[in-house]
Design a protein around this ligand. Structure first.
Ligand code: MRU
Length: 358
């Protein structure tokens, strides 16, 4: 997708300099910075401090992280240890372990002479596949937007939470892909963008990328969606997910569950968009999903541009106050209208998912 009119992906391999390149998302929306990942530790750090974030992009970065480990030292013990550290970089998004396991399975099959090329090819394949999956999620989700448009014959108002846009994947995004397809097809859409405290992925990333693609959108405080739904100003909700269980229960950015409850109370369709790499077929009970708790400074401090245009971090809470910063919650399947995947749309249930993914 475009930034300042130029096409980008969120991660790519620079063949000439033999480095992995990323868009440093901690600097957005005020600074656009491309950063080099040269070692596996660079990849681990980029995931931890959220220079890259969003389940599919975390998976893509982890795949390149395994490649960087092989490039550093193709000793199997070093690679295995690096894979372990990569998986520990963040706990909730299942794409991380999915990508590392896929890479390790591929490279442990080959001899030392080939391992570097095989690792690079597989990391690229994981990213290219994600682009295709997200494009197909868009084409499948487009049908829902078209149906609403054909009924109301005016702007389709879509609410989204966090950033499940192209900045959270390799390209297209998951929740945003149907929106980009509808916009490109000339269907009038408008997006209510939850700012998504405390890191403001909605305001800083989703609104930013929608602006760059000239998709009309309005940033709202996270607690505003309910009254907009009551007033009939939301036609549908679409969000992403960090881990969806085979039961159809959906883990996503903190606040998603409350949005789903409001949508349910107001009979607003609540869709979740995901590639199959985000399905956790093993965990059956959503209470067993590891929910990340991040530094509470993400809550008590906030970054922004000061009057001289410099990015500045300021304390917004009383000095003596304490806080906790849980990063994800779980929306039970009963509040999910449907799952939009690369293979089609299904009910949020075991039967639903198995009807698409044998
Ligand atoms: O903490 P983040 O920014 O990594 O959380 C991201 C989300 O919750 C996204 O909605 C999810 O990863 C889906 S991205 C397509």
């Amino acid at each position: 997708m475009k930034i300042n009119g130029k096409k980008y992906q969120t991660i790519w391999f620079d063949e000439e300099n033999r480095v992995v390149k990323i868009i440093d998302q901690t600097k957005l929306p005020h600074q656009f910075t491309i950063k080099d990942l040269k070692t596996v530790n660079d990849a681990i750090n980029a995931i931890k401090v959220m220079e890259v974030r969003g389940a599919p992009l975390i998976g893509g970065t982890a795949a390149y992280g395994v490649f960087l480990a092989v490039m550093e030292n193709n000793n199997p013990n070093f690679i295995k240890q690096s894979a372990g550290f990569l998986i520990q970089s963040r706990p909730t998004a299942i794409n991380l372990k999915w990508a590392v396991d896929r890479m390790m399975k591929k490279i442990l099959e080959v001899n030392n002479n080939e391992v570097l090329k095989v690792a690079l090819d597989e990391a690229k394949a994981i990213c290219e596949e994600d682009v295709k999956f997200c494009e197909n999620i868009g084409l499948n989700g487009l049908k829902i937007i078209e149906e609403i448009y054909n009924k109301k014959k005016s702007t389709v108002n879509i609410l989204t939470h966090c950033n499940a846009g192209w900045l959270a994947t390799i390209n297209w995004g998951t929740a945003t892909s149907p929106i980009y397809h509808a916009h490109k097809k000339g269907i009038p859409v408008h997006v209510w963008v939850d700012e998504t405290r405390p890191r403001n992925q909605g305001a800083n990333l989703t609104s930013y990328e929608l602006n760059e693609e000239e998709v009309p959108n309005t940033i709202i405080a996270d607690n505003t969606g309910g009254i907009l739904m009551q007033r009939g100003e939301v036609d549908m909700c679409i969000v992403g997910t960090d881990r969806t269980l085979s039961t159809g229960d959906v883990c996503n950015k903190i606040g998603t569950y409350l949005k789903a409850l409001a949508a349910h109370d107001n009979n607003i369709p609540f869709y979740v968009a995901l590639p199959s790499s985000t399905i956790d077929w093993d965990t059956k009970n959503f209470n067993d999903i590891p929910i990340e708790e991040r530094n509470s400074e993400e809550l008590s401090h906030i970054e922004g541009l000061d009057e001289s245009g410099n990015v500045k971090k300021v304390l917004i809470y009383p000095k003596k106050s304490k806080s906790i910063n849980l990063a994800f919650d779980v929306t039970p399947a009963k509040y999910v209208t449907g799952l939009i995947t690369e293979k089609g749309i299904c009910e949020a249930s075991e039967d639903g998912l198995k009807s698409l993914f044998k």
